[in-house]
Design a protein around this ligand. Structure first.
Ligand SMILES: N[C@@H](CCC(=O)N[C@@H](CS)C(=O)NCC(=O)O)C(=O)O
Length: 264
């Protein structure tokens, strides 16, 4: 059967139905490792009847965390497929299920949605409470979320998400300081304005909170703190029971990715 496959293809006839109405798919992927060895990766039993979120390492993959939180907060019943990133052969596996070769990817039946904000917008059409109800607040929530999505590169490079790490110190640069200051301003302004409506950035939980959740972990790992709204929101973000669930899983992971282990 592998003769049918090109690198990154799934088997076309890999679906099976052990119980009527419960369709599983065998994800069988042939891929090349970085040193040129051809390998086969078989992921058993992806349930086709259930939405699937493909994610990376829970300890390191901030984009995976964001999409996972959106789905969980929306109350979607989904399965997870974890592809550990930056280990031999990971890219072939990613490309087999992700058109962009990145995680997260959301699959619902034959539909694939990739890129975190696209997943959020897709979910919003089904679960409108994922963005604030009021139009102006919704526009602002989309603005800060897009700002997070397309910006804060110095912060993301210098302070990668590393949930289990504590007490790390990294060199400050002007750009990193500016990113941190901007995030503090966003959190401070929103928490001041929406304090009466609930504990999240716009009162009730929204996609904006999922977008900033990894920043809360970064602030804890690298010791970024400011008494008041910033520290309060950091604590709100990491005490979320769903974030705690993700955190517990992340601590069980064995992979150690050197490029994410920064700071002393
Ligand atoms: N713009 C994308 C970014 C996704 C992204 O960069 N994901 C990282 C993991 S956090 C990834 O898949 N990295 C693997 C790679 O680039 O090879 C999104 O919003 O989902």
């Amino acid at each position: 059967m592998s003769a049918l496959l090109e690198s990154g293809d799934t088997l076309p006839h890999s679906k099976f139905e052990p119980v009527e109405g419960l369709v599983f798919e065998l994800l069988v992927v042939r891929y090349l490792t970085t040193n040129g060895v051809m390998k086969i990766w078989i992921n058993f039993g992806v349930n086709m009847n259930k939405p699937l979120l493909i994610i990376g390492n829970k300890n390191y993959s901030s984009w995976s965390l964001r999409a996972w939180l959106m789905l969980k907060h929306a109350g979607v019943d989904f399965d997870e497929l974890r592809i550990p990133l930056f280990v031999a052969g990971y890219k072939g596996k990613l490309l087999s299920c992700s058109p962009a070769g990145k995680v997260p990817v959301y699959r619902e039946g034959d539909l694939l949605v990739w890129d975190t904000l696209a997943i959020g917008e897709y979910l919003y059409e089904i679960y409108p409470s994922l963005w604030p109800a009021q139009r102006e607040a919704r526009a602002r929530a989309r603005s800060v979320s897009a700002e997070m999505h397309s910006g804060f590169v110095p912060l993301r490079m210098a302070m990668p998400m590393n949930i289990r790490a504590r007490g790390r110190k990294v060199a400050m640069s002007v750009e990193l300081e500016a990113d941190i200051a901007r995030i503090k301003t966003i959190w401070h302004e929103l928490r001041t304005q929406y304090a009466g409506a609930g504990p999240w950035l716009f009162g009730p939980y929204s996609i904006a909170d999922a977008m900033f959740a990894p920043v809360a972990f970064r602030f804890i790992t690298y010791g970024v703190s400011e008494p008041g709204a910033v520290d309060d929101y950091t604590q709100t973000a990491v005490r979320d029971p769903l974030v705690q669930e993700w955190m517990r899983d992340s601590k069980l992971e064995q992979e150690r990715v050197a490029s994410f282990e920064v700071g002393v």
